[in-house]
Design a binder for this molecule. Sequence first.
Ligand SMILES: [Zn+2]
Ligand SMILES: [Zn+2]
Length: 345
Amino acid sequence: MKAIVKAKAEPGGLEFCDVPLPRPAPNEALIKMKTVAICGTDLHIYNWDAWSRQRVKVPRIIGHEFAGEIVEVGGNVKRFKVGDYVTGEGHLFCGVCQMCRTGQAHICESWVGLGYDCDGAFAEYLAMPEVNLWMNRPEVKPEVAAIQDPLGNAVHAVFAADCVAKRCVVFGCGPVGLLAVAVLKAIGAAQVIALDRANDYRLAMARRMGATHVLDDAQIDDVPAAIRQITGGKGADVVIEIAGTPPAVRDAVRSVHPGGDLVLMGLPNGRVEFDISEEIVFRAIHIHGVTGRRIYDTWYRMAGLLQSGRLHVEEIITHRFPFAQYEQGFQLMRGGHCGKVVLEL
Ligand SMILES: [Zn+2]
Ligand SMILES: [Zn+2]
C-alpha cells in the first residue's frame, strides 16, 4: 500500500512509499482510509522541530486524523464489523493504569501517539485496536469525521468550564481555536471574542465561525483592557488559551475576571511567569490544564453537538488535495493561510 512516511531525520523528509499492508491483531480492525487531515503535530514532524527530534523514530508513517471503513476484523473484535464507518481516538491507551481505571485514559501513564510513537493513518490502510475506534453517524461527511481529533480538543476545552451564556474569549485562531469558537457559538455563549496575531485570514475565519468580536493582538497595546471593555468592564467569564505563546498566556490570565475560569490548552515552548498571589490566588481564578480528548466523554458530546444541527464546522476545511499531493498541503499549512487541510484517498 501507499503511505506518507517520515523517512529521514531532517526537515521535510517525507516520502510517498510502498509499505507492507498491516495485518489486524485479534483485537484490531483493518480500516481502509477515505479521508485524512493534516494536523499541527504532523507539521511539527515535517519541520523536524525539537519535540519531533526527541520523540519520533524514522522511518515512521505519520498522521492520526482520519475517517474510513472497516474491511477486516480480528477474531476478538466484539462490536465493530466489516463496512462500519469509523474514525479513531489517536491516543492509544493501556486500559490498566490508574488514570485509565479512573476515567482519565486521555492522560494514560503509558499512552502511545498514533503517527509519531507508532505508525499512523497517512496510509491506504490502518490496523487499530477496537477500543480506539469511534463509529460515525452516516450523515457526518468523511472530511468532518476526519477532523474529530482537533474538534474533540476544542469540545474538551470548552466543556472544561461552564461557558453557556457566558462571555468567553479564545486566544489563538489556529484550527483548534477556530473550532472552539464554533463550539462556543453552538452551545450559546453570550459573547465569543477571538484573538490572533497579525493573521487577517484567520480572524476573518473566526468571524465566519461565530465570533462576536475579533481582536488583532498586533494592533492592541493592552489586550486585557480591550477585553474588559468588550465584556462590560470586569473581564471575561472564561478564557480559553490555545495560542501557546508566553505573552498570550500572560494576557489570558489577566483577561479573566475575578472568580472566572482559565482553560489552558496551548503549549508555550518557554517558561511563563506570573505573580501567583496577585494574579491568581487573590483573584480566585480557576485554572484548567486540558489535553487531548476525554475518552470517550468528549467523543459522545462531540457526536451530540454534530447531531444537534447547531454545530457548523465545515467552514474550517479550506483545502482538499488528492492523497499523493500531500506536499502542497504541508506547504499551505506552513504559510498559515488555511484552516484544515484534508487529503482524499
Ligand atoms: Zn491532530
Ligand atoms: Zn493507561
